[in-house]
Write a protein that binds this ligand. Structure first.
Ligand SMILES: [Zn+2]
Ligand SMILES: [Zn+2]
Length: 265
């Protein structure tokens, strides 16, 4: 399995996943042209995509879905509430497949496990995509973590995990109180510290790579997200006597991430 976060943040999110000769996008929150450009920069052709999997209806996740779907006849895998809530942004899609949280499905040999997260979308989902003993967990846009999310994401070889904001930067930044409240609520976004604690709970021997994603440009910095997570991992390693053997990297808003290969078990 290979994956790449093509870009992540409040201005757009898209992730490329490929396994067993099948490639999909998880979310397409940039324009279709921009996603094509980002794929091309990796030497990947949009024609090779098989489908677009949609987490929720916010524009930073679906901006390019309809254009790509119509241009390349790509099926869109989305739940009913998200499709309705997206209104005109997804209304003109010709091919789509209804999926639902808690119901595993398969797309050309890729196993997809959608699960509910806690966010202010109509029915926001995270995903685990698995193929041939290898699995990737995708979990952004959630205000809190849950036992269900833990259950779903444990055992993944790769993780894309939201590290949205630093609580102090949010409190002391320029966001109006109402917007701060929305971000901090259980239906908002995950803090660096919450993400770091959650990641520590998800550590297992088979974990290979973690990408920190959806980093706020206003209430966080990539360096702060990374150092917060690394500090929690360091404390865990010294307490448990087990060094962390996986790689942690950052997803960026403006540029394409690295193409990461997972070996699996
Ligand atoms: Zn959202
Ligand atoms: Zn988002």
């Amino acid at each position: 399995m290979r994956f790449c976060v093509l870009g992540s943040g409040s201005k757009g999110n898209a992730t490329y996943v490929e396994a067993g000769g099948v490639a999909i996008l998880i979310d397409a929150g940039f324009s279709g042209v921009e996603i094509e450009r980002r794929l091309a920069s990796l030497g990947l052709a949009v024609e090779k995509l098989g489908a677009i999997l949609v987490s929720h209806e916010h524009g930073d996740h679906i901006r390019g879905v309809q254009a790509l779907s119509r241009r390349y006849n790509l099926p869109v895998l989305v739940n009913r509430a998200t499709r309705v809530a997206a209104g005109p942004l997804l209304a003109k899609i010709d091919v789509w497949q209804e999926i639902a949280a808690g119901q595993d499905c398969e797309f050309r040999g890729l196993h997809i496990h959608p699960f509910s997260v806690s966010h202010d979308g109509a029915d926001t989902m995270g995903f685990v995509v698995s193929h041939g003993g290898c699995s990737l967990g995708y979990c952004t846009d959630t205000g809190i973590t849950s036992r269900l999310m833990h259950h779903r994401l444990s055992g993944c070889h790769g993780l894309i995990l939201e590290c949205n904001h630093d609580l102090e930067m949010l409190k002391n930044g320029g966001y109006p109180p109402q917007l701060q409240q929305r971000i901090r609520s259980k239906d908002g976004h995950l803090t660096n510290t919450d993400a770091a604690r959650f990641l520590v709970e998800l550590i297992h021997d088979g974990l290979e790579h973690v990408v920190l994603a959806h980093i706020s440009e206003t209430n966080n910095t990539p360096e702060l997200a990374l150092t917060t997570v690394q500090e929690h991992l360091r404390l865990h390693a010294s307490a448990s006597g087990e060094p962390c053997r996986f790689t942690v990297s950052l997803a960026h808003q403006e540029r394409v991430g690295e193409l990461i290969k997972l070996i699996g078990s």
